[in-house]
Design a protein around this ligand. Structure first.
Ligand code: PLP
Length: 386
């Protein structure tokens, strides 16, 4: 067999490997607390489930338009207007099976040998994987603890070259929980005038999960760059719908046709009942999901001081999403060794920081999308092996 060389450059998302190992240990009878995978432990609100069931019953079993049903695209455009204050057209919305698909398409459109794509490191691992797969140069933007895990505009601007094609931003961020302050975003945007061909992929999948004083800031809000912003968002995190696979991209006018062509080559359209579920999610009551975010905030306030009590741990207070990314250099162990010992000896699944890029060494990621009781127990168990 002679596989295409590009396949050897494709990475993975280790969180799924950790989940598989945790399930294997469970099958052997071990009691595992899973703080590894980034998905809500809540169920999707019942009204969303009912909307999907109704769509099944009403006979929505056919292909939909590739870009998605019009009502859903209009609801997305309305939601963007409500939450980001920007009027956009439903014609620029492409509904896809999960947030990852917008990422795949955006990177696919720009990655080729000679092109440079900037991505956050540590960051969601699929960015770097897909840049490498496409043969482009992956240029790491260091995301530093000393900067509260927000990007530094200067660090980005000094890495731009005439070959830079795409800049990937993620706020609030996986795995750090860092969020971009508006002042830093403005500084970045003001520096982009010299790079008119640079597009921005803004991954805002955690935009509804921000805590304390933090307010979401999107590059889409800035007219100077609006026609170069690809906005990635979806339903997986916000509405606890990760397994239903639903996401969207808002594409600039000159890219939407290209993205749609990729979609028609890959999946034709998204499962129709899921689209109706997504419509109900956006247009129905937000009370349940708001209560879910409040509960995540309560857990965040619980887990951070607890982690700071652990010998060798130093945990920064995250601004958003549902992850903590403690610095574990004080334990004297590497991220991978500590993660493996915590899983095998303490029965707690976490993800090593290096799964998110080489700059994740010295950290582990824990998801607090789990009950306070389980989080407390997990930390007791980690303490006992430290
Ligand atoms: N973007 C970020 C930053 C994520 O953390 C994730 C999932 O963990 C995704 C995108 C992908 O979301 P989805 O499950 O909808 O494909």
């Amino acid at each position: 067999m002679q596989l295409a060389k590009s396949m050897s450059r494709l990475g993975t998302e280790t969180a799924f490997d950790v989940m598989a190992r945790a399930n294997q240990l469970r099958a052997q009878g071990k009691d595992i607390i899973d703080l590894s995978i980034g998905q809500s432990d809540f169920r999707a609100p019942q009204s969303i489930v009912e909307a999907a069931v109704k769509a099944f019953r009403d006979g929505h079993h056919s292909y939909t338009p590739t870009r998605g049903i019009l009502e859903l695209r209009e609801a997305v455009a309305q939601d963007i207007h409500t939450r980001r204050g920007v009027k956009v057209s439903a014609d620029n919305v492409l509904i896809v099976p999960g947030g990852k698909v917008t990422m795949f398409f955006a990177i696919q459109l720009f990655a080729e040998p000679g092109a440079e794509i900037l991505y956050p490191n540590p960051g969601f691992p699929i960015y770097q994987s897909l840049i490498n797969y496409g043969g482009a140069k992956a240029v790491a933007i260091p995301i530093l603890e000393e900067n509260k895990f927000a990007f530094s505009a200067d660090a980005i601007l000094e890495r731009l070259t005439p070959n830079s094609r795409l800049l990937i931003l993620n706020s609030p961020a996986n795995p750090t929980g860092g969020a971009t302050p508006r002042s830093e975003l403005e500084k970045l945007i003001n520096g982009l005038d010299d790079y008119p061909d640079l597009y921005i992929l803004s991954d805002e999948i955690y935009s509804r999960m921000l805590y304390g004083e933090h307010q979401h800031a999107s590059p889409l809000e800035y007219e100077q760059v609006r026609d170069r912003v690809i906005l990635l968002d979806g339903w997986s995190k916000t509405y606890a719908m990760a397994g239903l696979r639903l996401g969207y991209g808002l594409w600039p006018a000159d890219l939407i046709e290209h993205a749609t062509r990729l979609a028609v080559n890959v999946h034709s359209c998204v499962n129709a009942p899921t689209q109706f579920a997504g419509l109900e999610a956006l247009t129905g009551s937000q009370d349940e999901v708001e209560a879910m975010f409040a509960e995540f905030d309560r857990r965040r306030q619980f887990i951070v001081p607890k982690l700071n009590e652990l010998a060798g741990f130093n945990c920064h207070d995250p601004s958003g999403a549902f992850y903590v990314f403690p610095n574990i250099t004080g334990t004297g162990l590497s991220s991978a060794t500590l993660q493996s010992r915590i899983l095998e000896e303490a029965g707690v699944a976490t993800v090593p920081g290096t799964s998110f890029g080489n700059l994740g060494e010295g950290y582990i990621r824990l998801s607090y999308a789990n009950s306070i009781e389980n989080i407390g127990l997990a930390i007791e168990r980690i303490k006992s092996i430290l």
